[in-house]
Design a protein around this ligand. Structure first.
Ligand code: SAH
Ligand code: SF4
Length: 360
């Protein structure tokens, strides 16, 4: 990986400023700074995001002299595809190179005629859940709005997606609610009909549940649906699996779930990574069902996807089904997630890029 030497950093300061990821109001300001009308600022915004066109030379509705000045002053840089791995099941894992030489992964998942893009919000993750490979790489930095919006932008192009009717899950690298500052503007551009135009209903933000982040997220009307990574309805086990869970006891998390249910018509997903011998015995299922009772939720059971950095094991199929049966008997609906792309380490919790100098 590139390291940022003093010379390189200085050289980058003279580069045109990368403004991919800026929102509409900032393009309006930029237009007025460059002696254009506000509506022309909105036009730039639409050229970039709605028309997926980052070549100012071809923005024919804007004056040629402006386009030249714009190109000299600003750049519109997308993450670069450093490598692509394709699974037997059609899943593709993209390694995306960022401007400072770091990289993140994003995954294209085709299934039953529908496409889901799994996107990242941070380089690494500070939460360090006991079973997750991303957690093992530690945390380097938050992604910028442009690096978040850049992922579906690049994957659409690379995978030949010719409309925006795919699903998006923020289940890649990072804890989205620890980067709400950049996720919020990114979601704004992604869901705006004049931006990428992805329906809010097709987007899911997965989180372990961070108090401040949940408060802020739920205070904004019209945000996409949340999925909460629960993994255990026992306080003690949950804290062992998710160290950060000690800041938000299950009782308080439940309060947030009630609040979120009131604000959203759809059921909220509770994700539950199944770890043999840890959280998938019949009593665990009963405890989970008791936690869910009275909440508008569905449970997404995710058999653990193995990787070489931890010793956890997934339960047998039989055990997973027995767990699901107990939930069903207690009237809690659930699905067992089929692992996709595990042969290329693209399944849940298998994403990681070990940057030079970072701990394994
Ligand atoms: N940080 C967020 C989103 C990214 S992880 C979160 O934790 O919710 C997305 C999902 O993958 C989470 O539910 C997470 O618990 C799960 N996951 C992590 N490692 C896994 C593994 N090895 N096998 C199966 N699921 C895993
Ligand atoms: Fe971070 Fe999610 Fe992995 Fe936990 S499971 S370490 S929160 S990415």
């Amino acid at each position: 990986m590139l390291s940022m030497t003093g010379t390189r950093a200085a050289a980058e300061n003279t580069d045109p400023a990368n403004i991919f990821g800026m929102d509409e109001s900032r393009f309006v300001n930029l237009a007025s700074e460059m002696s254009l009308k506000p509506f022309q600022g909105r036009e730039i915004y639409r050229w970039i995001y709605r028309k997926r066109n980052v070549d100012p030379g071809s923005w024919t509705s804007l004056p040629a002299s402006f386009r030249k000045r714009f190109a000299a002053r600003y750049s519109l840089e997308l993450p670069k595809v450093a490598s692509v791995l394709e699974s037997r099941d059609g899943t593709k894992k993209f390694l995306l190179l960022l401007r400072d030489g770091l990289s993140v992964e994003a995954v294209y998942i085709p299934q039953n005629g529908r496409v889901t893009l799994c996107l990242s919000t941070q380089v690494g993750c500070p939460v360090r859940c006991a079973f997750c490979l991303t957690g093992k790489m530690g945390f380097t930095r938050n992604l910028t709005p442009g690096e978040i919006v850049g992922q579906p932008f690049v994957l659409e192009r690379e995978c030949g997606l010719d409309d925006n009717s795919y699903n998006v899950v923020f289940m890649g690298m990072g804890e989205p609610l620890l980067n709400l500052e950049n996720l919020k503007p990114a979601l704004g551009i992604m869901t705006d009909p004049d931006g990428l135009g992805i329906s809010r209903r097709r987007i899911t933000v997965s989180t372990i549940g961070v108090r401040k982040g949940l408060e802020e997220y739920l205070a904004v009307p019209g945000m996409p649906q949340l999925a909460i990574s629960l993994h255990s309805a026992s306080e003690e086990t949950r804290k062992k699996l998710i160290p950060a869970a000690k800041e938000l006891p299950l009782k308080d998390l439940r309060g947030f779930l009630q609040d979120a249910s009131r604000k959203n018509r759809e059921r909220i997903s509770l994700e539950y990574v199944m770890l043999d011998g840890i959280n998938c015995e019949p009593e665990d299922a009963r405890q989970l069902a008791r936690f869910c009772s009275g909440l508008k939720v569905k449970v997404n059971l995710i058999p653990f996807n193995p990787h070489p950095y931890v010793d956890f094991k997934k339960p047998t199929q039989r055990k997973a089904i027995a767990f699901q049966d107990i939930l069903a008997e207690m009237r809690i609906s659930s699905t067992i997630r089929q692992s996709r792309g595990s042969d290329i380490s693209a399944a849940c919790g298998q994403l990681a890029v070990f940057h030079k100098g970072k701990q394994r």
